[in-house]
Design a protein around this ligand. Structure first.
Ligand code: SF4
Length: 310
């Protein structure tokens, strides 16, 4: 099997930082217990499970905002994830007497600073992102003049009279979403200015997928179902004309389908443990359709938070 391991792929600096911080907290007996992460520390179930084994609790409920989730934490240390939170969440946590450890990624902070600046200057800000994503929750809390846009139908339902309009986006959105939705907004509001806040990690991973060798017959994107940037890598590959799917680990490789292929590629989301991606790459490289001994997809990765190598 010819396998292209696309680069860059996998962990971004924001994820490496968040995991390092939580790992050190778990090992420090002076840190107030319980340690609770508000949302998934990064959008990967394996990482969350490994932290649970170290005594770090995760409060995750996609139907609730970060502000609402905080109702269930009354003591100990609160960890803010790389996705960031609104000022209201930080204030409420302080009022509850919690020790707050903030792992918000610098790129998310910068994106929120840009939104605040334009709101203060009187702009209405269209934020291209997922309605339920924590980044969207944070920017919505800045002002009623921030409107989250997830789809073309969201654009159609807007009716903004002001001519001071800025378009920006969630850091992990796809190049294609930003382009297509941004274009629809500009068609409706031609005077809107564009402030692209896609983070470099997301952009470079998507560009590697978009420009992968044309001989690739299928692209495997290793990542968790909760990871937006992973889903966007799949969409990017498909928009660029490649067959692609998301797999959480080697265990989800479809061996029957693989037998019909001779050239594949592998990438992974920014929150995907490197050990899981390496295992997929090794499996594919060794795969021989005529050799059943190379068809065993059982994963042997035990712990995913001990290493941060790409
Ligand atoms: S994907 Fe981008 S914004 Fe999100 S944590 Fe990584 S570097 Fe930061």
């Amino acid at each position: 099997m010819n396998v292209y391991a696309l680069t860059p792929r996998g962990y971004c600096h924001g994820v490496v930082h968040a995991i390092d911080v939580v790992r050190k907290l778990a090992a420090d007996s002076d840190v107030k217990r319980p340690i609770t992460v508000l949302g998934m520390v990064v959008h990967n179930t394996r990482i969350v499970d490994d932290f649970a084994a170290l005594g770090v609790r995760t409060l995750h409920d996609p139907t609730k905002t970060r502000l609402a989730l905080l109702d269930d934490i009354d003591e100990g240390t609160l960890v803010v994830t790389a996705h960031g939170v609104s000022e209201a969440v930080l204030e409420k946590a302080r009022d509850k007497g919690l020790d707050v450890i903030d792992t918000t990624c610098a790129d998310v902070t910068e994106s929120q600073r840009v939104v605040k600046t334009y709101v203060q200057q009187g702009y209405t800000v269209f934020f291209i992102g997922k309605h339920t994503h924590p980044e969207a929750e944070s920017v919505r809390a800045i002002s009623p003049n921030v409107i989250v846009i997830e789809s073309l139908s969201d654009v159609a339902s807007t009716d903004v009279k002001s001519t001071a309009i800025a378009i920006t986006n969630q850091t992990t959105m796809s190049l294609f979403d930003i382009y297509h939705i941004g274009k629809a907004i500009r068609r409706k509001y031609p005077y809107a200015i564009v402030l692209d806040e896609q983070c470099d990690a997301t952009r470079t991973r998507q560009l590697a997928v978009k420009h992968q060798p044309s001989e690739v017959e299928h692209c495997f994107v290793v990542g968790d179902q909760h990871s937006n940037n992973t889903k966007k890598l799949v969409e990017t590959a498909r928009e660029a004309g490649f067959s692609a799917n998301r797999i959480a680990s080697v265990e989800e490789v479809n061996v029957a389908a693989l037998k019909k292929l001779s050239c594949v590629s592998v990438t992974s989301g920014a929150s995907t443990p490197s050990a899981l991606t390496r295992e997929v790459i090794r499996f594919l490289q060794a795969f021989d359709p005529d050799s059943p001994s190379t068809h065993d997809t059982k994963s042997t990765v035990k712990n995913v938070i001990t290493m941060h190598r790409r």
